[in-house]
Design a protein. Structure first.
Length: 138
């Protein structure tokens, strides 16, 4: 597994904890610190994803709701909801990462951590949401 994949998985696990546990962001980061990738760049990437999603959660959730017709965020499986948040953050806020890489990673992570049908759901939503990427050259 690549370091970036591991970082994404760690970020997902931290987001899941933030979504379902009554812990502060600092407590979650501390609890996961020993599980984060050892290489500094990947550790920083995991923390950037985690903090970035939380900082922009309202906007990210709004984008997800926009492309999930008739789906309330609370009705989604927690893993799917946070996988979508993670990938939506990357699509909107990390223009250097190719969209196909972001979507492929999210689909593979959803296969690993969620149900057999989740990967199709995640892929379908992210395929629609990818239009939200703003060209950094503009």
């Amino acid at each position: 597994m690549s370091g970036r994949r591991s970082a994404r998985e760690n970020a997902l696990q931290m987001l899941y904890s933030a979504d379902n546990c009554s812990m502060t962001v600092e407590e979650i980061a501390y609890c996961f610190s020993e599980y984060l990738p050892q290489e500094e760049a990947y550790k920083n990437f995991a923390l950037e994803l985690f903090n970035g999603v939380l900082k922009n959660k309202e906007l990210i959730d709004g984008l997800i709701v926009k492309y999930t017709q008739n789906w309330d965020m609370k009705r989604m499986a927690a893993v799917d909801r946070n996988t979508l948040r993670l990938a939506a953050y990357e699509i909107v806020y990390t223009p250097a990462t190719p969209i196909n890489v972001i979507i492929d990673e999210a689909v593979e992570i959803s296969k690993l951590y969620s149900t057999k049908d989740s990967s199709k759901f995640v892929n379908g939503i992210l395929d629609k949401l990818k239009v939200e990427r703003v060209d950094p050259a503009l």
